[in-house]
Design a protein around this ligand. Structure first.
Ligand code: KIV
Ligand code: ZN
Length: 383
């Protein structure tokens, strides 16, 4: 029996930290409802102590959303934890997400704490959070650049203090997939009580490896993935939810795990998040980009029209996209053109079709894309 991987969505917390993005409570609620429909397991709704607006968002989502865990972020600071607990009070399933840096860079340059001081503060934070909820996640910030021996010590101590989920963030997107997988493996092999907590992947995309790293973490034994819709987030963003869950589904044979995501809702949620955040999804974005199921070269069109599996590994309807699109450009061939003409209700004898094709190539050379309107005009002009 394959293992389940829990999907922790942080679009409303880390995603909202994207420069230029700001969501009000109503918008967060709308996205929150869409995430519940999508089947995510945990929604990180905000950082309650950071502003009254964030407190209200976490509190409103905790009241309104059922059948999902609602999580609030804190630093390893008593006041943060108390405020988060207050915001999360109405939640059916509240989770407090607390933590502290573990890399020497963060300890020395940002926190100005010794390893011992940070360890003690982390343990105290978990113990306090456990007084409010039995679901406490601990993040070891900048694990990606930390000394693994110290990561193991912190992991053991916070799990002993009551952390039920252990987050291993590659905060700066520094790691390479093999290394990130080995970090998870190392925790499972070297931390005696590691089996008492769920390990979680939290990756950033600074080197374009967030999805690969998250999947590598799953191969290393993590069973929670922290992701955002469309990969929005700090700097180059977080791991994209749609990429990870689709990879897990399409390569079930390889990963041997599953999620409870309703894949057919992916495109709809992606569009909603793009519209409310103003973050445009690049056309060639994996899984949900406008070009993800579009074919423009003659060789590819010929293959796809004969059998989609020649060039498509994701059936478009699986993610809620209508169907593969044939885009007519100067690289298109006869098969693509004939298909498009048929879709428009035209069928021509071979000699006229050849004349239309020659004319089509001339028009295509002057335009990026030949539209249906262009084709209709062309057909009219070539007798
Ligand atoms: O990237 C990170 O380390 C974080 C933590 C606060 C979980 O977002
Ligand atoms: Zn992050």
């Amino acid at each position: 029996m394959a293992d389940r991987v829990y999907v922790f969505d942080t679009t409303l917390r880390d995603g909202e930290q994207s420069p230029g993005v700001s969501l009000n409570v109503q918008e967060k609620l709308e996205i929150g409802r869409a995430l519940v429909d999508l089947g995510v397991d945990i929604i990180e709704a905000g950082f309650p102590i950071s502003s009254p607006g964030d407190f209200q968002s976490v509190n409103t989502l905790a009241k309104e959303l059922k059948g999902v865990t609602i999580c609030g972020l804190t630093r390893a600071v008593a006041k943060d934890i108390e405020v988060a607990a207050e915001a999360l009070k109405p939640a059916e399933r509240p989770r407090i997400h607390t933590g502290l840096g573990v890399s020497d860079i963060h300890l020395e340059k940002k926190l100005r704490m010794t390893r011992e001081q940070a360890l003690e503060a982390g343990v105290a934070a978990v113990k306090l959070a456990r007084q409010f909820t039995d679901d406490v996640e601990y993040y070891m910030e900048d694990s990606g650049r930390a000394d693994p021996e110290y990561v193991y010590r912190v992991a053991e101590a916070v799990i002993a203090a009551g952390a039920t989920v252990l987050n291993v963030p590659d905060t700066t997107g520094y790691k390479y997939p093999d290394e990130y997988r080995d970090l998870h493996r190392g925790i499972l092999e070297n931390v005696p009580n590691a089996h008492k907590a769920i390990l979680s992947c939290h990756c950033h995309n600074d080197l374009g490896m967030a999805t690969a790293n998250t999947l590598a973490g799953v191969l290393g034994g993590a069973r929670q993935v922290e992701v955002t819709i469309n990969g929005i987030g700090e700097r180059a963003g977080n791991t994209a939810l749609e990429e990870v869950v689709t990879a897990i589904k399409i390569r079930e044979d390889y990963f041997k795990v599953y999620t409870n995501i309703k894949h057919e809702k992916l495109l709809q949620v992606s569009k909603l998040v793009s519209q409310l955040t103003g973050m445009v999804v690049q056309r060639n974005k994996a899984v949900v980009g406008a070009n993800a199921y579009a074919h423009s070269s003659g060789i590819h069109q010929d293959g796809v029209l004969k059998d989609r599996s020649t060039y498509e590994i994701i059936p478009p309807e699986m993610v809620g996209a209508e169907r593969s699109e044939i885009i007519l450009t100067a690289r298109s061939g006869r098969h693509g053109l004939r298909h498009q003409l048929m879709e428009m209700g035209f069928s021509f004898p071979e000699d006229r079709f050849e004349r239309i094709y020659e004319e089509f190539l001339k028009v295509a050379d002057t335009k990026k894309q030949v539209s249906r309107e262009d084709l209709a005009e062309l057909v009219n002009n070539v007798k």
